[in-house]
Design a protein around this ligand. Structure first.
Ligand code: GLC
Length: 754
């Protein structure tokens, strides 16, 4: 056998052994070859924003980034996208560095890549887990075709405060719904085979309690007890771990005095300890450095030490690990085993993604062309957008609109807007690519659609980085035209709300009414034509008390993405019977915030939250306690009737279960979907308990006149909570079961857990 054959034979044998080795063995073997600097390099992440297809980056940190890439001192990049750019950057790391370790390319796939899906809060309003999973799966497919192999999503922060701009990114106020949505998104992004070129690693963020920022002001301090942390904040993160998520991202906030980035209780004791999470934790943008601003680290070096000890494995854009860890190790301030642990976690994800077999797995120009903007993805955005729309009010059956013989006037600054519907996280999308409401309605040609903007959109900053517009607060020049139009039509559709960047990161607000001059526009139009359908286009609950009193129909249409206008038009014309339910309470007043349905009773609840005949109960003198629109609220063009809940037994032994059932009838004239919701109350426990908690839901569809029995299994697992002894247990005693159409359901049935 000649030398060549022997070598080839040996190559085959080694390859076969290598393929059989477990990922962990491969990780250990690679780690053993790495220098300290190369190990720290894996923990270092840089942002993109430059173009490798052009000349090599000139000067500044671009030059350092290039040098570090070429010497294996970068483990991952973010905001590098498109096969050409990703390939160019991957090539440097793989072909110029000593060990050729491939890079992760991370990106915020919050609601779509080039083709934009509804914002996550909207998708949560669909309560359709299959649609949500498909949305994540197709977003991943489109982004993976563009070179992305890791997303900083799903954002699973529970929040109860609409002042916080990032409510648009999550699944609202409830941990049960939030947990199921989190799992659906993880399965969507990561699929069944992470080494497929169509699936990517996901990241649960922001760990933890970022949604509880004081006063709803972004990045603000968070101070909550263990009861709220474990019962409300952590469940969706645990659901993401149970769904097999590969990475976590920590949060900017300090939690009870400790910045999450350095919080060993969160990241080591709970996440990597109790939950046995085997992936890695990336810091949020610059959050390691920001510990200096928090007043938690005196300098960059101490920040690096605290972050590593606290369980942060990768440094996004602080350049602290790469510049400080070697000295910290030499000075004995950190131990090598923590660095090795972080590096192994990172390498493991790279092996599982198949990047070592083929570093260019996600760099296929042909696939990129085939998949970007594919019909399948566009159709999916339309499908989930329709399902995300919530019908808040529909008096005198003004909806659905008639396709013939009805003159429609379309008014509002967002009615013809083709950019705002794309929402906040739309980095890879092109502005002006959403189907506007005007375009959607015009598809129903039988109707003459007359349009008037009413309120001017003004460019707040020059076009370019973010074509950010403001909804004008003073310019009333469009008012007369709008009123004139309203006078001569049968029905006025008004599209009002927030432009795309009025919610999202860094967009906290202290006023939640219709921004700018829109409220005045609405009232002026209503003076001349009461037949108004208000379509809200927004990223958070708004305060719409006047509209709720005076406008016959209100549709919550969020920011629905690329197919926004078509989805809205199909709902307004009844092509799709709205089925969405609110994942967040709509407040009557900003003074009520934080506001949520699963609140505690307090020692003075009054008479079921209403007047108790004296001032000495938990209430406001100038506002009701209840929301304007409740969690779980959403109407249909048909009506549903519920029978009282029936329990299979009024006792349940631990380890067993009982059934709770209702019959639901569609008593209307059209087919419709209903989200049947199960709530449970634990009226007393070793710690105070919410007055009710969502513990199940079923999305059903009924034809007119059809009745269906809906049953839920109630078992011990469902009744567990983090109790006063800091244990997850179900405590014996009485429980109440509610089944209804939203969280205001009153009828309940008791059973006893023995
Ligand atoms: C941002 C966000 C985070 C995002 C990251 C990278 O500041 O807080 O959600 O994933 O930076 O863009």
């Amino acid at each position: 056998m000649n030398a060549k054959t022997v070598t080839f034979f040996l190559f085959l044998v080694i390859n076969c052994i290598y393929a059989q080795q477990s990922v962990d063995q491969k990780v250990e073997e690679l780690l053993s070859k790495m220098t300290l600097q190369e190990k720290i390099g894996q923990m270092n992440q840089y942002n993109g924003f430059w173009n490798f297809t052009g000349p090599t980056p000139e000067g500044g940190d671009q030059k350092i980034k290039y040098e570090h890439l070429a010497s294996g001192l970068v483990g991952s990049m973010l905001n590098v996208r498109g096969v050409e750019e990703v390939k160019a950057v991957q090539k440097i790391a793989v072909e110029e560095s000593r060990l050729g370790i491939p890079l992760l390319f991370g990106f915020d796939l919050i609601h779509g890549y080039k083709t934009v899906f509804p914002i996550p809060l909207a998708e949560a309003a669909s309560w359709d887990l299959d649609a949500i999973k498909r949305s994540a799966s197709l977003s991943a497919k489109e982004a993976a075709a563009a070179g992305i192999n890791w997303t900083f999503a799903p954002m699973v922060d529970i929040t109860r405060d609409a002042r916080w701009g990032r409510v648009m990114e999550g699944a609202g106020e409830d941990p049960y719904l939030g947990s199921l949505v989190a799992a659906a998104r993880v399965h969507g992004f990561q699929g069944e085979d992470l080494s497929s070129p169509h699936t990517i690693a996901a990241s649960a963020k922001h760990f933890a309690a970022y949604g509880f920022a004081e006063s709803g002001r972004d990045y603000n301090t968070v101070d909550i007890g263990l009861n709220t942390l474990h019962n409300m904040v952590l469940p969706p993160f645990k659901a993401a771990v149970d769904a097999g998520i590969k990475t976590f991202m920590n949060s900017f906030n300090d939690l009870n005095g400790i910045p999450a980035t350095a919080d060993a209780y969160l990241q080591r004791e709970i996440l990597k300890g109790e939950w046995n999470f085997e992936g890695f934790v990336v810091s949020d943008w610059g959050s390691i450095r920001e510990m200096i601003d928090h007043g938690y680290a005196k300098d960059r070096k101490q920040a690096g030490k605290m972050a590593l000890l606290g369980g942060s494995d990768m440094d996004m854009e602080s350049s602290i690990y790469i510049n400080e860890l070697e000295a910290l190790l030499k000075e004995g301030k950190v131990k090598l085993d923590l660095i090795d642990d972080a590096v192994k976690r990172i390498l493991k994800v790279k092996f599982e993604l198949g990047l070592f077999e083929n570093p260019y797995l996600y760099c296929d120009e042909v696939l990129e062309k085939q998949i970007t903007g594919a019909e399948e993805i566009i159709e999916a955005t339309l499908d989930v957008a329709k399902k995300s729309i919530v019908l808040l009010k529909n008096e005198n059956r003004i909806l659905p609109l008639k396709k013939e013989g009805q003159k429609i006037g379309l008014i509002g600054p967002l009615a013809a807007d083709k950019t705002s519907p794309l929402g906040n996280w739309r980095i890879a999308a092109d502005n002006n690519t959403a189907v506007s409401v005007l375009e959607g309605l015009q598809k129903f040609k039988e109707n003459q659609i007359n349009y008037a903007q009413g309120v001017k959109l003004i460019n707040k900053i020059p076009e370019g980085f973010h074509e950010e517009v403001d909804i004008n607060t003073t310019d009333q020049t469009g008012l007369e035209e709008a009123i004139a139009l309203a006078k001569k039509v049968d029905v006025v559709v008004m599209v009002l709300g927030e432009y795309g960047f009025q919610s999202g990161e860094g967009r906290s607000r202290t006023k939640l009414g219709l921004p700018g001059f829109q409220q005045e526009l609405l009232e002026k139009v209503a003076e001349v034509n009461p037949n108004i359908v208000l379509v809200l286009m927004n990223g958070r609950p708004l305060i719409i008390n006047w509209a709720s009193e005076n406008i016959p129909a209100i549709v919550e249409a969020w920011h629905l993405g690329t197919q926004s206008g078509n989805a809205i038009a199909q709902v307004l014309y009844g092509e799709y019977n709205p089925s969405g339910k609110l994942p967040m309470s709509f407040p009557r007043s900003i003074g009520q915030l934080p506001l949520y349905y699963n609140n505690k009773s307090t020692g003075r609840p009054g008479a079921d939250g209403e007047d108790a005949g004296s001032v000495f109960w938990s209430h406001y003198g100038d506002e009701k306690n209840s929301p304007l629109y409740a969690f779980g609220h959403g109407l249909s063009y048909t009506q549903f009737e519920y029978t009282p809940v029936i329990l299979s037994s009024n006792e349940m032994r631990k380890g067993s279960s009982i059934m709770a059932s209702v019959n639901i009838t569609n008593t209307g004239k059209v087919k419709g979907k209903e989200v049947v919701q199960l709530y449970v109350q634990d009226p007393y426990g070793s710690a105070t308990r919410p007055i009710k908690e969502l513990k199940g839901f079923q999305l059903i569809e009924l034809n007119p006149g059809e009745t269906k029995k809906v049953s839920f299994t109630i078992n011990e697992e469902l009744l567990k909570f983090y109790n006063a002894q800091q244990k997850w247990v179900a405590e014996e005693g009485i429980f109440y079961v509610f089944i209804g159409t939203d969280s205001t359901v009153k009828l309940k049935k008791p059973f006893e857990l023995l």
